[in-house]
Ligand binder design. Sequence first.
Ligand code: GUN
Ligand code: ZN
Length: 433
Amino acid sequence: MSAGTRVVRGRVLSFTGDPAEAGAASRRYIEDGAALVADGRIAAVGEARAILAGAPESVAVDDHSGALVMPGLIDVHIHYPQTQVIASYGAQLLDWLHTYTFVEEQRFADPAHCARVAGFFLTELFRNGTTTALVYCTVYPQSAEAFFAEALRAGARMIAGKAMLDRNAPKALLDTAQTSYDESKALIARWRGRGRLDYAVTPRFAITSTPAQLEAAGALMKEFPGVYMQSHVDENADEIEFVSRLFPEARDYLDVYARAGLLGPRSVFGHCIHMTGDEVAAMAESGSVAAFCPASNLFLGSGLFDRARLAGAGVRVGLATDVGGGTSYSMLRTAADGYKALQLNGQSWPAAEAFYQMTLGNARALSLDHAIGSIEAGKDADLVVLDSRATPAMAHRMETIEGDLDAELFVLMTLGDDRAVRQTYVAGEPRKA
Ligand code: GUN
Ligand code: ZN
């Protein structure tokens, strides 16, 4: 029997497409289903009886009957150095950054601190059912080193990068265009492709990078085809105004990045709230991804993401916690906040679409749908087991829902959090602490 062979049994639910386009045909649901996992991959999925009959004798069976077995959740924008910034009171973006975030991130000059927080962070993601994330580290290369080392140890599929900042932040947090280029390049050489890791060139946002540094980021993207790029755009009115003063030659905020060659299908921009028509068109045309961060947008009072407008224009959209501007590691709670933020914008969000987004939709946003995002033979064995009756309030509400999967999913996203995560499998290994 191969290493880590086991059968994960439960109500298997996985999407094959976007329910907004294909409706119920976009999902595969097996009431008494199972996945056979071996060597970190899904070897087979189907009716439990058939999977058990075909599995090696004396195979371990994790019986989660009654609970939903879904693909591991994916978070397309999160800051690992902000685990002790989360829940900081009373400020909007620029004050929040200077008062809390830029102070806290200086502690990551210490590799021991980096290692401790990286360990906490990954444990917390797994506790919440998240198995893949696109992650910001700090300006210090040692913070990226620590994160990648922890992720490699866990066998997780993670994308991360050292932040690049060479102005408008405390001196201790600044690199230069050249050192940020050199350090990012060294990290790419050291970590890209090890285990399931990949790298994201990470110019934090236009305010904290000179044009020379953005050019350096663009050069890295050219030099390393397929590398990711992550940044922030159009989050807050004061931020946008500051960017227009720093880059008077740019047509708009997104154009600052476009001029440096930073748009494209591997580029993920956090927030995208206050976008002009030109910016929306440029996002769509370049295949760039907009990360919808509802918890953060509500917490920092940044504004309401216009999902219908962006998706309608053909912009690729992902969903993200944005911890620590965001207030929960849970993608379920983030989806609940997303639902409420969209309601305030006159939009709705059926639960099936939200669960598609947290799984296959976000895998597509990260161009990783060949490997993750659904439960299919050959894909990575990253799974989450969700219990729709995990709390008294959920169990009580579920009493009135019998056999209605959409209603159940809506309960799960509206009332669920880490308590609803019964188990998380990373490359086939149970990781819920
Ligand atoms: N813009 C630049 N840095 C950050 C950050 O850390 N969080 C958020 N929400 N926005 C940013
Ligand atoms: Zn962010």
